[in-house]
Design a protein around this ligand. Structure first.
Ligand SMILES: [Zn+2]
Length: 390
């Protein structure tokens, strides 16, 4: 390990104290409500547009930073810097992620870029702005930085929500690399030391994954793992993670399983096709389905209410509110394995959605929103981030 890898870096937080807080709710994308140590219930600005569903679970610990005394007045007095995951902080503040990258680049701690120094930050090229322009005696290099906060099961993934902007950045960097003969890199700051590989999240954003796959020879990626300590100091925890490109190319497909989440506010009696009339309790329902051809069209079909009813789920969908549909793209049929795992943590609706298999149920009732449940996310990650061969 080079000396720079062993360096510990800190963020320039000044004299401001870090405040720990218990996460309660996220009323909107940029705001959280939490119970702060010594302060009671406060609202804090969350500078991160990602979904963060796996991280912002009830009662997790947040790290808040009070606004600087000379800062202009804001709607909130605090800003969320980080959230704890597996007892380690994960930085959520997207602006500070570029501060981290600058620290790493200045310390020559990014493999492949050790000879280069930052000459400009926030560089406008055409329609886009890239984070850094680096230079050494022989060449120039544009570096775009992304913070990777989605990980589990030994795998790190990006993005956690569809990012058309991220995809455009990749394609434009590929054009620059070819037309201007300038090197380009995407630096993923992977905020865990538990991942053994990095992949574009083709489940959530297949277009981004496809772009990354197609430009990878012109725009090499550097998924650099880092770890934080409880005082929000960080260090590089290992070499860049490998990406199993063949696995991504094969599995980034329009087929696989999905978890459809629906909600009922009140009890409903519903004629459910061949199941006959059934009474459904209020709460959340998770339906495990699959489409080994046309997965995207199938998921879009579940969003629509107007359609000819074909499956049991169509009858329930008719009266329920659509909450979310989470794909698990795979060329392997996994629907019944997932249904069996779901049955371990929720109440199966006997006979629902399983006319063609030996399962007891493919529909599960939850009294609380499963999207806020750690077990549900663990299950999703087990299937989305399955160990890849080799
Ligand atoms: Zn089944």
């Amino acid at each position: 390990m080079s000396p720079s890898r062993a360096d510990t870096f800190s963020l320039p937080l000044g004299e401001r104290p870090l405040i720990r807080a218990r996460f309660l709710t996220r009323p909107n994308r940029f705001l959280v409500s939490c119970e702060a140590e010594g302060l009671g219930r406060v609202k804090a600005f969350l500078p991160n547009p990602g979904r963060l569903l796996e991280l912002l679970l009830p009662d997790v610990t947040l790290y808040l930073l009070p606004n600087a005394p000379d800062a202009p007045p804001r709607a909130t007095d605090y800003t969320v810097l980080a959230v704890e995951c597996d007892k380690r902080p994960v930085l959520l503040h997207t602006h500070w992620c570029n501060v981290m990258a600058r620290r790493l680049l200045d310390a020559r701690a990014v493999p492949g870029l050790e000879t280069m120094q930052v000459v400009r930050q926030e560089v406008q090229v055409g329609r886009s702005r890239f984070d850094f322009l680096l230079q050494d005696d022989n060449r120039r290099c544009y570096v775009e930085v992304k913070s990777c906060t989605l990980f589990g099961n030994g795998t790190a993934m990006f993005p956690d929500a569809v990012t058309a902007r991220g995809r455009r950045h990749l394609l434009e960097l590929a054009d620059i690399a070819q037309e201007q003969n300038t090197a380009c890199r995407v630096l993923f700051i992977v905020q865990t030391d538990t991942a053994r590989c990095f992949m574009p999240d083709y489940h959530t954003d297949p277009d981004f994954a496809h772009a990354m796959l197609s430009v990878r020879h012109h725009v090499p990626i550097v998924p650099l793992p880092i770890t934080w300590d409880s005082r929000l100091r960080f260090r590089v925890s290992g070499p860049p993670l490998p990406t199993p490109w063949e696995h991504v190319a094969k599995e980034n497909c329009d087929c696989g399983a999905y978890l459809l989440v629906l909600r009922l506010d009140t009890p409903h009696v519903v004629k459910t096709g061949s199941l006959g009339t059934r009474r459904y309790l209020p709460g959340w329902y998770v339906y495990v389905g699959s489409a080994m051809k046309g997965l995207n069209a199938r998921m879009a079909r579940h969003r629509r209410k107007r359609k000819r009813k074909h499956w049991h789920i169509d009858y329930l969908r008719d009266v329920a509110e659509y909450v979310d549909c989470l794909p698990i793209r795979s060329t392997t049929r996994m629907e019944c394995d997932i249904a069996r795992d779901m049955a371990a943590n929720s109440n199966g609706i006997t006979g629902f959605g399983c006319s063609d298999c030996a399962c007891a149920a493919h529909l599960f009732h939850h009294t609380n929103n499963p999207l806020h449940d750690r077990e549900f996310h663990n299950l999703l990650q087990r299937y989305r981030m399955a160990e890849y061969p080799g």
